[in-house]
Design a protein around this ligand. Structure first.
Ligand code: GAL
Length: 342
């Protein structure tokens, strides 16, 4: 049917020509976190034409994030999507939003289970830190020959143990704590001898990954170093930068590529699967990563938000919701060319 320009003007008087999308607040713990910037972009992309998201970055301060949430409540925004600065900070946020009957979806940093039970309309979307660490350990064990009693040539000093540096994310962050303990435990349970040269806290960032790795190289000069396990890709990329400056990854056998056959190659394994890490894997610098599926996280967050805002039942989404509260997204390991990106 054709309305003509007058018809359209009359229609616009009765109904808004651009229908308003449902609003939600999106709160990210800080702006300069590599993985979180990717998740944020994925959420904004997926929510296009579906939700009107108001984004705020918390400058790594729970106090600031609380103020941002408060300001959004004052504007009557009907749902909040929160990546909390501090998992314990979720408690006060849940109580505050419940007092206003505002539903909240947490993601990536998991509140403690008791807090999720404080109110009905509270959910968590994320991945299980244990799973990422088990997969990271499996990737590394495969490289060392999958036989703890008979390590292959990557046991450079032939002592039957693996000299490892662990780059740890933020102290107290459950992903950092669980990834660090579980990756070591996985090796031990499989019968490997790990000789931990250092566990270095580098707060998820590339710069600190560089600095902490540099400190290890300086302090342990001459010591054997056979593996770097990083709680995330950003720190692994920082470690690779300083390792390259110190003579690793130089194509020792001169075959034209940096590869695992080079004596100056050292396995570094990350977690997240950010694009730059995938490139580093394909060029031979990073041995592998464990993909934290940002797009699946984004889709689950947006689908859930849209359903809740339209008064629907989250259980009808077709996603498993554990205990009515948790939507879990699986990690997957990635090396090249062993398992191509899916
Ligand atoms: C982790 C991720 C890290 C960092 C952290 C922030 O899940 O692997 O790279 O983004 O969350 O909380």
């Amino acid at each position: 049917m054709k309305y003509g320009i007058h018809g359209i003007l009359i229609l616009c008087l009765f109904a808004s020509c651009s229908p308003r999308l449902p609003q939600a607040g999106l709160f990210i713990y800080r702006e300069d976190d590599l993985f979180m910037s990717i998740v944020t972009q994925d959420i904004l992309d997926v929510s296009q034409d579906r939700l009107d998201l108001q984004t705020e970055y918390g400058l790594n301060s729970q106090i600031i994030q609380n103020e941002q949430v408060e300001a959004m409540l004052e504007k009557d925004v009907p749902l909040m999507i929160v990546n909390p600065v501090d998992r314990l900070g979720a408690h006060a946020l849940i109580r505050r939003m419940a007092s206003e009957h505002v539903p909240v979806i947490f993601f990536n940093r998991e509140p403690i289970p008791a807090d999720l039970q404080l109110a009905d309309n509270v959910w968590y979307v994320g991945a299980r830190a244990e799973q990422s660490a088990v997969m990271q350990a499996q990737l590394a064990m495969k490289l060392f020959g999958d036989d703890p009693q008979n390590l292959n040539e990557y046991d450079r000093n032939g002592d039957g143990a693996i000299q490892v540096v662990i780059l740890k994310g933020q102290q107290g962050h459950q992903d950092a704590e669980i990834r660090t303990t579980t990756v070591m435990e996985s090796f031990r349970q499989a019968g490997y001898l790990l000789d931990v040269v250092g566990i270095e806290v580098a707060n998820w960032t590339r710069d600190e990954g560089y600095e902490r790795m540099e400190a290890v190289l300086d302090e342990k000069e001459g010591a054997s170093l056979e593996l770097v396990l990083s709680n995330n890709d950003a720190m692994a990329l920082g470690a690779i930068s300083i390792l390259r400056q110190r003579g690793f990854f130089k194509d020792a056998n001169g075959n034209g590529t940096v590869d695992r056959m080079d004596e100056d190659w050292i396995p570094v394994v990350g977690i997240d699967g950010v694009p730059e890490a995938v490139e580093h894997i394909e060029k031979g610098y990073l041995y592998g990563t464990v993909i934290n599926d940002s797009l699946k996280i984004a889709r689950a967050v947006v689908d859930l938000a849209e359903t809740v805002l339209s008064g629907g039942n989250p259980l009808d989404l077709g996603l498993p919701i554990e205990g009515g509260k948790y939507i879990w997204v699986d990690y997957r390991p990635y090396t090249f060319p062993d398992n191509a990106l899916m």
